[in-house]
Ligand binder design. Structure first.
Ligand SMILES: [Zn+2]
Length: 96
């Protein structure tokens, strides 16, 4: 982790403005959602992907290993032969 060298002050409502260089580099835009994580004395922002990691859909989203998967993709994955992709490992897919 590195410092950006940027220091910002909270406003009266507890808001911070993220430096535009960071927002542009990460393609963060107005309306994007972020999860706020705490690790010791650090506060970490993680952009929430509120769409299916495979198709971009938003129907019946379920989080699976930190990624959101929609109902249609879960059904497709459940019926697909994924043993070639994961070897002999057993994978429990989230219920459809
Ligand atoms: Zn999907």
């Amino acid at each position: 982790m590195r410092s950006t060298g940027v220091v910002r002050q909270l406003d009266e409502l507890g808001r911070l403005v993220l430096p535009s260089e960071l927002r542009h580099a990460r393609r963060w835009e107005k309306g994007d959602a972020f999860e706020v994580l705490v690790q010791g004395d650090l506060i970490i922002l993680r952009k929430c992907e509120l769409t299916c990691v495979f198709c971009g859909g938003t129907h019946e989203l379920v989080e699976f290993t930190g990624k959101r998967v929609c109902g249609n993709c879960r059904s497709t994955l459940a019926s697909a032969d994924v043993t070639a992709a994961v070897g002999d490992s057993h994978v429990d897919l989230p219920a459809v």
